[in-house]
Design a protein around this ligand. Sequence first.
Ligand code: ATP
Length: 291
Amino acid sequence: QKAGDDENYKLFFSINYAEKNQSNYLQYMSALKTSSNLFSLPWSGDVCLEDVYFSYPLRPDVEILRGLNLRLKCGTVTALVGPSGAGKSTIVQLLARFYEPARGCITVAGEDVRTFDKSEWARVVSIVNQEPVLFSVSVGENIAYGLPDDDVSKDDVIKAAKAANAHDFILSLPQGYDTLVGERGGLLSGGQRQRIAIARALLKNAPILILDEATSALDAVSERLVQDALNHLMKGRTTLVIAHRLSTVQNAHQIAMVSDGKVAELGTHFELLAKKGQYASLVGTQRLAFE
Ligand code: ATP
């Protein structure tokens, strides 16, 4: 890999930083476009974190993950919960391959992900962040952002926007899909920005989805539209979500309760409640935060 590719790899996902480095990002994307053997990755298998140990480079003395195991079954939703600082975002960053495990590995269909090029990984993983920041281009271009132009038709963009509950508000904008969203998407509301980000992920159609659910409150109507759009996006994808909503954990195929650098409890909402362990008390004490 060329120097600087690692930074651009992060930009591929971290839309927040992309704006100030937009030309780097675009160069990276066009390199991706021409790179061969995309999709040679066996993405239809389970994704596993196997005995993962990890410390951040800045704090090598502090082990954040200590022998963590977690299997994400292909096409199902896993919700991560746990106290603040337990390591949920860290797990997500390892899965996104922003960092490598110190020991242990992440596999897909039994193969270590390190055997795959990061550019391939970037094509099979979508990340939807808490606070998506958009580029100062049009709404339509924002939805298609990062995808090879020749792969995306206007119809595809509209289809994705409809599925993300964004089509109606887009049509009500002064120039519809051609409306410029302003610096960092500032002309749109938080809920609208989230739905644009969801439409982008729908269009990209990657089989693995990483979701960091927003904690900031939206009004009830906007909240429902975002939730519907997310449910649509998660369907059939291997999803790992940092969950903040009770409805998300209730609907997840499995919940991983992270504490002490490991998965302390694993099961469905009702299984874990019945266990009366850490998850049950988290839901008890954080009920308000979850709703
Ligand atoms: P929250 O629910 O508050 O977001 P979390 O479960 O997602 O918490 P992480 O963000 O994964 O927790 O953080 C786990 C630990 O790693 C914390 O102690 C945090 O201070 C530390 N940490 C996070 N990022 C870094 C970093 N870049 N460098 C050093 N330490 C970090």
